[in-house]
Design a protein around this ligand. Structure first.
Ligand code: HEM
Ligand SMILES: *[C@@H]1O[C@H](CO)[C@@H](O)[C@H](O)[C@H]1NC(C)=O
Ligand SMILES: *[C@@H]1O[C@H](CO)[C@@H](O)[C@H](O)[C@H]1NC(C)=O
Ligand SMILES: *[C@@H]1O[C@H](CO)[C@@H](O)[C@H](O)[C@H]1NC(C)=O
Ligand SMILES: *[C@@H]1O[C@H](CO)[C@@H](O)[C@H](O)[C@H]1NC(C)=O
Length: 488
């Protein structure tokens, strides 16, 4: 299918691949390869939805929602050899719940609130299938999630990708035993990624079709905290222009830099015995900058969303690439290298650990480089995220990939096989977030209710429908999952 070698120097990358997209049925349905999308920027891509909104909304009235839910349920728990489901490596059942929930979150998390009437981003448009969003580092391996969902998409051809991705994430939470109140359909897909360009173009130097590469993604004023090590990553937000649409750190990170700022050796609290000195306190300020000041979440919604999101699934970084070619240019660059290459499912972050069919997949997957689940049952809804955040002492640690994360000090604790990101630990280090964490640990029903409300808002707001009830008013096709009580 994707055999042809483009004009962008793909030959080298394509030759490096072992796994062909043909091994992954329907993979091509879920991602419009960047080199094809270049063409789509000049004209509508044939894969794009062409139906009018009125026609789509009319057809939705006869959508068999319970059947769609059942198909997602069947897919979610049946591990495919070409992209094995997580769970077993953490002592749980195989499930794509975490993967599908992350897909819906990353599709929706591009949402930026500009003022009362205007917004940008959001999942509607399904531009994650297109350049530039499919190259954002944060979206690594979500091409696999879309490829899996393509199996369902093919059976429900007229359901838009943006409805399917948000519904699959919501169904995944519900099917895992988590809370979901309501879901409304009616999102239209865009024909290309144009409307994401203002949200950020990564790898601007390699931009295809230069006139499309203008965005305010670059940091006009890079910023480091006074306590932060000068060699550590900078952030752009403090003096960035008003209404800059990116997250606090960089274009490729739709939310927040997960490792947090590294302290300099002279800063308060620096400990030379630690394997890293990431600051949860400073990280909290970055979380707030992105979630409250750019996405329009309250502090309470922020805590509920992060805790709920990081209840299911895991991080992927069980692979040390140091000394391999994957740790060197061009593979470690941003931009096209974070997308599967034509004819391959292999990008640098897919890793080369493991051999044969196991290479770069299953337990050898590298997405973010962090490693481990947050909870003891990552395939089933549970309350470990906040409970363990409070009950354990979290100490600096490294993933096998080399990323800075946190483990329990007590190595025999029941939570010892779980992990936290600095951005997670920030929720107990921050004076405003901490009482909310305490409330949620003490009152799981309150947490469930708040998470369900925030999640509803997350997957429904977009540039086209900036308020949480806009979509319902527009299309009027919603479900409250009443039918699930009738399912076996
Ligand atoms: C401060 C904000 C956040 C940061 C820094 C963050 C960071 C991360 C990272 C680094 C991963 C691992 C990706 C991988 O290696 O596969 C991850 C996974 C995940 N995140 Fe977040 N996240 C944040 C907020 C959220 C929110 C708000 C949600 C949902 C509401 C969410 C849902 C998930 C899910 C479900 C996964 C598991 C993916 C899987 O199992 O494959 N995250 N997150
Ligand atoms: C909101 O932002 C949009 C786009 O920047 C602008 O056109 C509009 O005038 C603003 N509205 C208000 C009420 O500030
Ligand atoms: C900053 O980090 C670098 C690289 O880890 C290290 O060599 C240096 O000593 C640090 N500087 C301070 C002041 O902590
Ligand atoms: C990764 O491998 C390199 C080279 O073998 C080694 O120096 C480094 O310590 C390893 N990193 C981790 C986090 O294990
Ligand atoms: C560590 O956890 C184990 C198992 O829960 C517990 O018995 C032990 O007391 C804990 N140790 C410390 C130092 O808290």
């Amino acid at each position: 299918m994707l055999r042809s070698v483009g004009f962008l120097g793909w030959a080298v990358l394509a030759a490096a691949s072992e796994m062909r997209s043909d091994d992954f049925p329907n993979y091509d349905q879920g991602t419009i390869p960047a080199w094809k999308d270049l063409a789509s920027l000049r004209g509508a891509h044939p894969a794009a939805q062409v139906m009018s909104k009125a026609e789509y909304h009319r057809q939705l009235k006869s959508l068999d929602i319970p059947r769609l839910y059942r198909e997602i349920a069947a897919l979610m728990t049946s591990s495919r050899p070409y992209w094995p489901a997580d769970g077993p490596q953490d002592g749980d059942v195989p499930s794509y719940a975490g993967l599908f929930a992350r897909l819906a979150w990353h599709c929706s998390g591009s949402f930026r609130l500009i003022n009362d009437t205007h917004a940008a981003g959001g999942c509607e448009g399904a531009r994650q299938r297109h350049w530039p969003e499919n190259e954002w580092r944060d979206n690594t391996n979500l091409d696999k999630a879309r490829g899996l969902l393509a199996e369902v998409k093919l059976q429900f051809g007229d359901v838009s990708w943006s409805d399917l991705m948000t519904f699959a994430g919501t169904a995944a939470i519900k099917l895992s035993g988590g809370p979901a109140k309501k879901f409304c359909f009616g999102r239209m897909d865009d024909v290309n990624g144009d409307r994401s360009i203002p949200l950020g173009v990564e790898g601007v130097t390699q931009c295809r079709g230069s006139k499309f590469c203008k965005s305010d993604a670059e940091c006009p004023n890079s910023f480091r905290w006074p306590e932060q090590n000068d060699t550590d990553h900078a952030r752009c937000n403090i003096e960035q222009p008003k209404h800059r649409l990116q997250a606090s750190h960089s274009v490729g990170l739709i939310y927040v830099y997960p490792e947090g700022p590294e302290l300099k050796s002279t800063a308060d609290g620096y400990n030379s015995n630690f394997v890293h000195n990431r600051s949860p306190k400073l990280s909290a300020l970055e979380v707030r900058d992105t979630f409250r000041d750019r996405m329009g979440w309250t502090d309470r919604e922020t805590v509920a969303l992060i805790g709920g999101g990081h209840t299911l699934g895991r991080t992927h970084g069980n692979c040390n690439l140091t000394g391999t070619k994957w740790a060197q240019a061009p593979y470690n660059n941003v931009g096209p290298y974070f997308e599967a290459t034509p004819g391959s499912l292999r990008g640098p972050t897919d890793g080369t650990c493991g051999t044969g069919a196991e290479a770069g997949r299953g337990k050898n997957t590298v997405s973010s480089g962090f490693e481990g689940p947050w909870t003891r049952s990552p395939s089933r809804w549970n309350y470990d995220f906040f409970d363990a955040l409070l009950s354990e002492e979290w100490v600096p640690a490294k993933s096998p990939y080399g990323a800075d994360q946190w483990h329990t000090r007590n190595e025999t604790s029941k939570f010892a096989r779980t992990m936290r990101l600095t951005a997670d630990v920030s929720l107990v280090a921050d004076k405003i977030y901490r009482p909310i964490v305490e409330e949620y640990a003490a009152d799981h029903a309150q947490f469930d209710a708040d998470f369900a409300d925030a999640w509803f808002k997350l997957v429904h707001r977009s540039e086209d429908h900036p308020h949480k009830d806009d979509l319902e008013k527009d299309a009027g096709v919603c479900t409250s999952f009443e039918f699930t009580t009738l399912l076996p």
